[in-house]
Design a protein around this ligand. Sequence first.
Ligand SMILES: Nc1ncnc2c1ncn2[C@@H]1O[C@H](COP(=O)(O)OP(=O)(O)O)[C@@H](O)[C@H]1O
Ligand SMILES: [Mg+2]
Length: 231
Amino acid sequence: MLEISKLEVAYGRTQVLFGSTLDVGANELVALLGRNGVGKSTLMKATMGLMKSFNGTVTFEGEDITGLSPSQRVKRGIAYVPQGRMGFPQLSVMDNMKVVLEATSHKQASAIDEALDLFPRLKPILSRDAGFLSGGQKQQLAIARALITRPKLILLDEPTEGIQPSIIHEIEAAIAEMNKASGLSILLVEQHLEFALSIGDRYALMEHGEVVSSGPADAAATATVRELIAV
Ligand SMILES: Nc1ncnc2c1ncn2[C@@H]1O[C@H](COP(=O)(O)OP(=O)(O)O)[C@@H](O)[C@H]1O
Ligand SMILES: [Mg+2]
């Protein structure tokens, strides 16, 4: 479904992706792992068209989308929940979702209901300004907003980072349901290895701007990956 091939990306004159290659199949959940600073977020931004690549290609459902804008990629069915997860803090939870709905081509209000069914915790706080939400609620809203576009593939960058433990399992369960029940393809950056490998079909490990190994996310992978990530 998604094929990233030999992508090279730089911030100014500092190159950070050195030919990253990665693919995500239909209905597949790939856990993108690696230490801080290896380029995971940059790879997601480049996949979304938010960073220009000077080499390499991104193909989605057989179409070369390397030259497409971020909004054109959203229309093709790719959604992105960045690390840090900001919506519009001055808008209510509901208005944050409506803004996204209005920008979609499908305009189906049922997309909001479905997103709320996945995150029922948001239902009693629809009129609250997003800026006043807890970290966990903000993350749930961020994922809900991405789902309203009715994506085929969603890129989730550290969705449980800095979130209180009691909410983490709800977010993890929602991610599992998106993939297993709804068949959404997911590329997930996640520091919590046990979770990433238990929910993932496959892992891909990055080091210094390259995907250096990948394999099935099974019990054996945990030890392998832990060893590879350890400094
Ligand atoms: N906006 C930026 N400007 C310059 N360098 C950046 C910027 N964002 C990230 N980098 C650098 O690019 C490298 C990869 O960062 P990033 O993709 O965020 O890694 P990860 O998500 O794996 O932690 C790091 O060395 C980081 O310091
Ligand atoms: Mg990152």
